[in-house]
Design a protein around this ligand. Structure first.
Ligand code: FAQ
Length: 316
């Protein structure tokens, strides 16, 4: 078959909702786009463990501590499913990690903000996991099989994460005036960064058109952001706290909320590495990698020893 026939066949498969699998022919640019998105997504899960991991020792009760611990462990698992999915595209895990540590690979802007109070654990679960689910449910139908399958499992766990965050917010909002104020303060600080998670506006999103043609993405950045705002407004009303946007208003014509423009200068600064915690987050990852070298070496030595033993047993 000629290159052009391969391309037509590939796009026909996608249009017929047939999943692309690792050994199938794919355009080099499809492979690269997937490696970029899946590895960025994996890095986000791993770096995303840091703001919440910081609160495990300070959770207000044993129950909250156990729940938070389980959530942070889930995020590690998500990172691992996603690194594995990316590996099927021909990139090694070491390469991906090295790209993260050198600053070449991106991760979600949201994790460059500090989590300064216990209420932030509520806001992160409610808003950050909420935004993540809104984006990720669609990814369960991504055209690349290993990514789509990883996302199915991740989404199940993310819904629990979102609910535990909302539960923290409900408790705080039903507590003392000071606790409710903590919840309001957390909403004020996490609202705009959460909206930024969906990426640039559609007209400034260079990857969207091609990713949608390839059915990696099913909805545009702005469509998903709108869905998130529409779903979240009512949840804030139930909590009795106010979303920090004076222009937030129901628009009957579009059957959705109007809201203010995002501060794109801030978004670009955070993505460029100049957010409040970028340096701290990367340093934590690099330190963990360096300090964990002996674990990787020991695991490799054990695997080699085991392989030799199996070989010797087979020969005997
Ligand atoms: N932060 O052309 P587009 C989670 C970059 S998981 C940083 O629109 P695309 C779970 C983008 O990479 C959260 N960079 O790009 C959790 C591109 O740069 P490049 C992560 C961003 O790919 C919860 C450039 O801007 N989720 O939270 C961001 O079509 C709690 C142009 O943008 C995923 O990764 C951003 N916010 O659409 C864990 C989901 N937005 O690479 C722990 C999978 C955009 O060309 C605790 N990813 N950029 O140099 C996606 O769905 C897509 O990649 C988008 C961006 C929607 C993020």
């Amino acid at each position: 078959m000629k290159e052009l026939d391969f391309e037509t066949d590939f796009q026909n498969k996608i249009d017929s909702e047939i999943k692309i699998e690792p050994k199938d022919w794919m355009p080099e640019s499809y492979r690269k786009t997937l490696i970029r998105q899946i590895s960025q997504h994996a890095h986000s899960e791993i770096v995303g463990m840091l703001p919440e991991g910081n609160w495990i020792t300070r959770a207000p009760s044993l129950k909250r501590k156990a729940i938070l611990l389980a959530k942070v462990q889930d995020e590690a698992g998500h990172g691992l499913y996603l690194y594995s999915a990316a590996e099927t595209l021909g990139i090694s895990r070491d390469q991906m990690v090295s790209d993260l540590h050198s600053g070449k690979a991106k991760y979600s802007s949201i994790f460059n903000y500090p989590a300064t109070s216990w209420a932030d654990m509520g806001a992160v679960g409610w808003l950050v996991d909420g935004a993540a689910i809104m984006n990720q449910v669609a990814l369960c139908r991504a055209s690349y099989g290993p990514y789509a399958r990883a996302m199915v499992r991740i989404c199940k766990e993310e819904s629990f994460h979102q609910r535990q965050g909302y539960d923290i917010m409900m408790k705080l909002c039903a507590g003392t005036a000071e606790q409710k104020q903590m919840a309001q303060d957390a909403l004020n600080r996490w609202w705009w960064p959460s909206l930024m998670m969906f990426g640039p506006n559609d007209e400034n999103s260079p990857n969207s058109a091609q990713s949608m043609k390839w059915r990696i993405k099913r909805f545009s950045n702005d469509d998903l952001r709108q869905k998130f705002v529409d779903a979240t407004v009512e949840q804030a009303e139930i909590l009795g706290i106010k979303i920090p946007d004076d222009n937030l208003k129901w628009n009957e014509t579009k059957k959705g909320y109007d809201f203010s423009e995002i501060d794109w200068t801030e978004f670009n600064q955070v993505v460029a590495g100049n957010g409040p915690c970028n340096k701290q987050r990367l340093k934590a990852r690099v330190d963990a990698w360096d300090k964990g070298a002996w674990v990787r070496e020991a695991a490799l030595a054990y695997a080699e020893k085991k392989a030799v033993a199996i070989k010797e047993k087979a020969v005997a």
